[in-house]
Each structure stands twice: as structure tokens, then as C-alpha cells.
Design a binder for this molecule. Sequence first.
Ligand code: FAD
Length: 316
Amino acid sequence: MKLQTIIIGAGVSGLLLADELSKSGVDSFILEKSRGVGGRMATKRIQDFSFDQGAPFFTARDPRFVEKVNDWKRQEVVEAWNFSSLDCWRGSPTMNAVAKYLAQGKTVRRECKVSTISQNQEGWVLKTDEGEFIECGRLLITVPIPQALVLLKSERALLNSEVLERLEEVQYEPCLAGCFLLRGGSEIPETGVVEKDDFFSWISDQTAQEGKDRLHSKIVVHAPGDWSLKNYAMPEEELLAIFENRLKPWIGNGMILEKRLHRWKFARVINPYSELFYLNREGTLGMAGDGFGGAKVEGAALSGMALARAIVENRE
Ligand SMILES: Cc1cc2nc3c(=O)[nH]c(=O)nc-3n(C[C@H](O)[C@H](O)[C@H](O)COP(=O)(O)OP(=O)(O)OC[C@H]3O[C@@H](n4cnc5c(N)ncnc54)[C@H](O)[C@@H]3O)c2cc1C
């Protein structure tokens, strides 16, 4: 029997899951709560400038993921970024280029937030924030695990109690991120990255390679996970003031034109689930994402691809 497949989430795991399924002849439909695709591989616009405010780069080790990255390189949606001894990649021109490329030819319904999931005799019933009901036979969830468990609230009993217990144990750390648009150049090295700073876990300037005489600088900072957790609820203005103060040595003569804060509640998974994905015995409920594959773009990608393989094998 052909099941209508819905994927919740258009991050890298959901998009690769849809991509791999479609290559095996399984159509799917993605529901995404945001206006854009990419999830935590996010690019934000401030005035006419784009800032990668989520994952700034990624690495590729597993041959299956390396193959994907090589394809993205051929399509010119990623480029090597040699700021460290690791082989690092970033989206080109911005991080969300990868997701935009993967979303081509897929059905992605944006600004559609799923608020509850329930079951009827035919399968799953998703209720959206707008009050719409969407039905499907196979449901694949690629949002961070704690958010998936909230969605599945009334249906948790369908999960085996041991699986549920293991899912409930999975924890993420938050990240408070700041974007600063400067007039003039910054003091950030030409690589675009400050690798050692006594406060931030990440500082980058996506315009650093353009030299000191450039007209603008685009600085992104990430506070460390433990600090972000402790100060997560602090008012935005206070957080931005702290960031600005800590950033002073790297701003130089640049003048801050605009600053924005983003609170990533589930930035990185700390203790992923012990398997690459979850799929129930009937093949009608699946979960993937970095909560399964590990705290990186690569982990999320491998998880989405592995779930797709399992569904295809389950069908055969
Ligand atoms: C600040 C930060 C720094 C990072 N640094 C790095 C790094 O240097 N290197 C690295 O490899 N990784 C890094 N990561 C981690 C990496 O970004 C993630 O592991 C990866 O992008 C997760 O992909 P995903 O598909 O599992 O989840 P997501 O990207 O979170 O995708 C889930 C999608 O589901 C959508 N969604 C959620 N709830 C709903 C709902 N109810 N209805 C509809 N849609 C919904 C979301 O909007 C999102 O688009 C970083 C992440 C952050 C936040």
C-alpha cells in the first residue's frame, strides 16, 4: 500500500531524508515552521547583509556524507574554509545555500508549524498552528527530540516504553548568538575566525577576507553552552550589551550599525540517542536528526539518510 509521507522539518536531516526517499521513488511532503529552509544551518538578513547565525561551518568524514559534500561543491553551494587544521566547509554564498539546493524540486510547505499529532484509523493527523488538519499514513519527524516528544504528547504511549525512556534522556545545550553589523573593518584576522577568545566560543567576520578598507563587517558571536544556559532568559538588551563589551577588542574602529540576538534553545545535542534514527515496526513513524546522528551537520545528515534507507528496505 502506498503511504502518504509527511516529514516535519526542513533542516539538513529532513531535506536529505526527502531527497533519498525521492531517489527510491517515495514521494514526501515537508512541513516547515519557518519562512526559510535549513533549520540550524541558518542565515539571517540584517539590512542588505546576510549572517550565518547558526552552524558557521561543518566537517565531513563519513564517505556517505563526503559524497554529498562533493556534490554540493560541484553545484557551488559549499566552499572549503581553511581557518583551522580541519577540513572545514561552509555554505556558498551563505550557509542556507545547501538547504535551498536540497529543497529544489521538493514539496516544502513553509510557515506551517505542527502543533499536535494524533492518530485516527487511517494514520496520523497533524494539527497546525493555524488550526488546519493534515493527514498522512507515514510520519517522519526531524525536529530536536524534546520538541518531537512535545508534539507526540498524546501519542507517546505508542512508543515502546524503553524507547521513550531513552528519547527522554537526550539533552541539548542552548546557544545565545549575536549578529553585529559594523561600518568599517574589524580586527578579526583574515581567516574570518577568532579561534581563541576568553569569553565567546565562536567569533567570525564573514567579510574579513575583503581586507581592512572594507565598508562593512558582519560579525557573528556564540556564547558557550554553559553560559548560554545560565543566562538564557536574560533580556535581549542586557545580553547584547554584554556581547558588545566583550567584543570590543575585535571591533577596532568599526562602528556598530545594528545588532541582533538569537536564542538557540536546542543548539547542540549533548548525549545523542544510541542509534542513527528511530523507525517503528510498521514503518509508519520515524524520527531523525542530530539528536540521533550526533551534534553536527554531518550527524544530522547521516541520520536523515539512514532513516530513508531503512524506510526503503522496510518497503521492499
Ligand atoms: C549556534 C550553533 C552552532 C553550531 N555549530 C556547528 C558547527 O560548527 N558545525 C556543525 O557541524 N554543526 C554545528 N551546529 C549544529 C548543526 O547546525 C545541527 O546539528 C544541524 O543543523 C541539525 O540539523 P537537523 O536537521 O537535525 O535539525 P534542524 O536544523 O533544527 O531542523 C529541524 C527543522 O524543523 C523545523 N521545525 C521545528 N519544529 C517544527 C514544527 N513544530 N513544525 C514544523 N517545523 C518545525 C525547524 O524550523 C527546523 O527547520 C551548530 C548549531 C547551532 C545552533
